[in-house]
Design a protein around this ligand. Structure first.
Ligand SMILES: [Zn+2]
Ligand SMILES: [Zn+2]
Length: 367
């Protein structure tokens, strides 16, 4: 079958929307008609050349849609199911899968840089040449082919544009608070960086029952959103002192837990300075893998626990339906994360706005 998808031919070049061809479904594949897919910073890293993937490639890894067809061996999901896509398929039988760390699955990590699907094949082609898949999904198109395990069924009541956010940024932020840090009731939490992941971390801290949530960013508009989503204090780090603010709340100790979602050396350093002795830090942001980040050694002293997490401890089939239900009950707010809704052929302007820091999420809508 043929459909329209947004193809990146080379980093630093505009994405081109064109007609691509999909392969027949393998027995364990499902074909998903995309309802909505959002623009994430990790896609931008590929466009900007910071993340090297084989080209041409179809980006997009935060998506929701409807199962259109399933391969011959697929019992679940079924055609017609509403699904949120997971970018962490895992084999279930390697060292890391056996040790309960599917995010480190050996097959997942080995095939990831090749930008193929989880069976080692590419499922898309363009004028006869293979097209690569971003993070086992490639959702910037009308359809995508994913392994059945990556298509996670959620309640039909959640609209696609909100559901898609659960697949990456929301899972990562909420999961950092609830699954990785396991924030205890009453804890003093600092969230550094108020993009989609950080704003979701604020909500995760709120859902966990944090006693105070200090949100830090450089943009007053994003800090206002953080307040709307549960932050009890906000600090604009371009003129305020986040360490002083959190110490004032804790008799000089520092935060019990820091959730970092800014991806900047200053944010990593701030996390170490602002956490109390014995506290914990979850780093979600990233810088270029070859870049060095320096710390004042004393800031690391005091039995501090530091974890770097990519997907907020996600177990998609456990967590995506739970997050969708939290949205439907009103506990988890997703609408404020959507800054604009765009069409597929407006994707380059969407990424330009994301790069300028003007938006939290732009969501590509399909009819
Ligand atoms: Zn993402
Ligand atoms: Zn595995």
């Amino acid at each position: 079958m043929k459909f329209r998808a947004a193809v990146l031919h080379r980093s630093h070049e505009p994405i081109v929307t064109e007609e691509v061809e999909a392969a027949d479904l393998a027995p364990t594949d499902v074909l998903v008609r995309i309802g909505a897919t959002s623009l994430c910073h990790t896609d931008l890293e590929v466009i900007e050349g910071q993340l090297a993937y084989p080209m041409p490639i179809v980006l997009g890894h935060e998506a929701a849609g409807t199962v259109e067809r399933v391969g011959s061996a697929v019992a679940h999901p079924r055609p017609g199911d509403r699904v949120v896509l997971s970018w962490n398929p895992h084999c279930g039988h390697c060292f890391y899968c056996d040790h309960g760390q599917p995010i480190l699955c050996e097959t997942y990590l080995a095939l990831g840089p090749k930008a193929v699907q989880f069976d080692g094949e590419t499922k898309l082609s363009l004028r006869g040449a293979p097209l690569h898949h971003m993070m086992y999904i490639a959702s910037f198109g009308e359809y995508c082919i994913v392994p059945a395990q990556s298509a996670v069924v959620v309640p039909k009541e959640i609209p696609f544009d909100r559901a898609c956010l659960i697949g990456c940024g929301v899972m990562t932020g909420v999961g950092a608070a609830t699954r990785v840090a396991r924030i205890p009731y009453g804890a003093v939490v600092m969230v550094i960086g108020c993009g989609a992941v950080g704003l979701s971390a604020v909500q995760g801290a709120r859902l966990a029952g944090a006693g105070a949530i200090v949100a830090v960013d450089l943009d007053d508009k994003k800090l206002a959103l953080a307040r709307e989503l549960g932050a009890t204090e906000t600090v604009n780090a371009s003129h305020g002192d986040p360490v002083a603010a959190v110490k004032a709340l804790t008799r000089g100790r520092g935060a019990d837990c820091i959730l970092e979602a800014a991806g900047d050396p200053r944010a990593f350093r701030l996390s170490a300075e602002a956490v109390r002795p014995g506290g914990q830090i979850v780093w979600l942001g990233k810088v270029n893998v070859d870049r060095e980040v320096a710390f004042r050694w004393g800031s690391l002293m005091g039995e501090k626990r530091i974890v770097r997490s990519s997907y907020g401890g996600a177990r998609p089939r456990r967590d995506f339906p739970m997050l969708a239900r939290a949205y439907l009950s009103g506990d988890l707010k997703l609408d404020p994360l959507i800054s604009r809704r765009i069409r597929l052929d407006e994707i380059n302007e969407g990424f330009a706005a994301l790069k300028r820091g003007e938006i939290v999420r732009a969501v590509v809508m399909f009819d």
